[in-house]
Design a protein around this ligand. Structure first.
Ligand code: DX5
Ligand code: ZN
Length: 232
């Protein structure tokens, strides 16, 4: 299946919980992926940080390639890196299905979106809380996905910033209906229903999954709450 096609599966089954691989046990990646698959997740969110665009450093292509060998789940790669262009082919070759970069990290998103599409991956554009939605509006027709950050990119465990809800609502009204909306940062049982009501279809979750001893019960609660049938 061409990699961009994975998005139609995710769109059809929204709201989808995507565990953010930042706070997982990287010393036991095979076990972690198995637990997440058993929990019923349908995609993984990979947080790539370069220590320049964000004041944190995580992992790159080798870990993406290792995860590609461990699972068939779609890999949603969130590039929190300056000047991503040279690395995009390498993340594609490593197995990324969705490649999302930050509008704040490039001078012109258009050629980068084109570059990702030319490879056959789905292209996402991310914006931090302080970045107005007008920064991404000119490029919406070429975005398979818009990643609305509800925390400042760089760390897990931060508090949800409600400005993300206003952006999600605006984007739901102004982006093409096929554009997937993703929210990332501080998403938990208390905030996920608001995200869903605002239009988010893909919910990235870190602490609210990896802070629990049962990933399955955490994912189950978050899914039910996102769908409006969970106890808040
Ligand atoms: C932050 C990352 C997020 C983060 C989410 O830069 O992009 O994916 O890991 O973690 P929580 O859910 O704990 O905010
Ligand atoms: Zn992320």
């Amino acid at each position: 299946m061409p990699r961009r096609k994975h998005l139609s599966t995710l769109r059809d089954t929204a709201p989808v919980i995507l565990p953010s691989l930042l706070q997982c046990d990287f010393g036991n990646l095979q076990r972690e992926v198995g637990l997440l698959e058993d929990a019923g997740v349908r995609a993984l969110h990979l947080d790539v940080m370069d220590g320049r665009f964000v004041p944190n450093l995580t992992y790159g292509m080798p870990i993406v390639a290792a995860l590609r060998r461990l699972t068939d789940l779609p890999l949603d790669v969130h590039l929190m890196i300056e000047e991503p262009e040279p690395y995009i082919p390498q993340f594609y070759d490593a197995g990324a299905d969705v490649i999302t970069f930050h509008v704040e990290a490039v001078s012109d998103p258009q050629p980068v979106l084109n570059q990702i599409h030319a490879l056959g991956a789905a292209a996402g554009l991310a914006l931090n809380p302080a970045t107005p939605v007008s920064a991404v509006e000119p490029f919406l027709d070429d975005c398979d996905l818009v990643l609305v950050m509800s925390v400042n990119a760089g760390f897990g465990g931060q508090s949800f910033q409600p400005i993300a809800l206003e952006k999600l609502q605006y984007l739901r009204q102004h982006a093409p209906p096929s554009t997937l909306l993703e929210v990332d940062g501080g998403v938990n049982a208390q905030t996920i229903a608001d995200c869903s009501h605002a239009g988010a279809q893909l919910m990235v979750v870190g602490s609210a999954i990896f802070g629990h001893n049962s990933y399955a019960s955490a994912v189950n609660l978050l899914t039910r709450t996102a769908r409006g049938d969970g106890a808040n």
